[in-house]
Structure formats: structure tokens, C-alpha cells
Design a protein. Sequence first.
Length: 177
Amino acid sequence: MSPDTLERLRSTIRDVPDFPQPGILFKDITPVLADAVLLRQAIEGMAAAFADQKVDKVVGIDARGFIFGALMAARLGAGFVPVRKKGKLPWRTRGLDYTLEYGSNSVEMHEDALAPGEKVVLADDLLATGGTAGAAVRLIQESGADLLGSAFFIELGFLDGRSKLAGSGPVHALLTF
Ligand code: AMP
């Protein structure tokens, strides 16, 4: 991806101070989603890291990870699996509790969403402390699927979330702040 494109993506993300609570600088990606060209470039950039591999499923994390993950899945010729906040999935689930940059949370995945040996990529909009992605990694690994790696649109490098993803394959981020 060209430095120009990366710079356009970077400068289109809107910083919202003190959301959802004081001290958090929220990276608002909706201006990127609203731009037809930038949306496509963001998805292509995230998918590129896995384009030469056979991917069976992309797992996306509630809620902005659904957008990036499902579009990546379509691009990679893979299916999409949601990891959702507790209580939202209708079928039998397995779940995990974890801590977030601003609070704690619990995520679930349908217990039959991934089959052992399936090739899986994890996707989310943003890697902060890595708590959310780390929980999703454990859910994927418990299912017996083969996690190829993960793709984030944004990584907050100063929070070192990728240290929580050690041993789960390469961690790709399009933009690092
Ligand atoms: P974490 O578990 O700390 O890595 O947090 C990652 C999740 O929280 C992602 O799904 C993000 O959507 C969201 N998130 C955390 N921090 C921010 C932030 N500063 N700006 C936007 N989203 C964030």
C-alpha cells in the first residue's frame, strides 16, 4: 500500500477525546467507512497479509470488527464468524471474561462456529490493550481451529496489546499510533 494511501487513511480517522470516558482518546473510524475509496483500500490493506493463503473463516469482534472482518472475509473468499458480547448469540456458546482499556467485558462465540483444523484469521478495528483480541484468540484456539494470524486496522502501539497475542501467528496492523 502506498505511503499516500496510508497517510490518507491515517488523517481521516477522527480523534475523539474523553470518549467513552475521561482519559480515553477514541479513534473514530466512521469517516473511513463513509468514504467509498478509503473503505476499499482499508479492507484490501488488511486482507493483503493473508491473500496468498487459504483462509476458511475470518473471525470478527463485536462490533466494529464485524465490519472489517466481514468485508475481509468476502475479499479472501472465506466465511465470517462473529465473536459477540455476552448474551447476544442465539445458539450454544463458549465464552471468556477479559479486561479492556476502559473496563471489563465478556465475549462469546457459537460453539460450532469453527471446526477443528479450519484456517482462521482474526480481525478487529483496533488493537489497544489486547484483552479483547486475546480472549478471541483463546476462543479460536479452544475450538481446535488453526489460527493463521490477526489483522487490525489500527494498533495503539504504546499499549503493547500484541504482547497478549504471542504465539497466535503474525499480528498485522495497517496503521500504528
Ligand atoms: P483492547 O481489548 O484493550 O485491545 O480494546 C480493543 C477493543 O476496544 C476494540 O474492539 C476497539 O474497538 C475498542 N477500543 C479500545 N480502545 C479504543 C480507542 N482508543 N479507540 C477506539 N476503540 C477502542
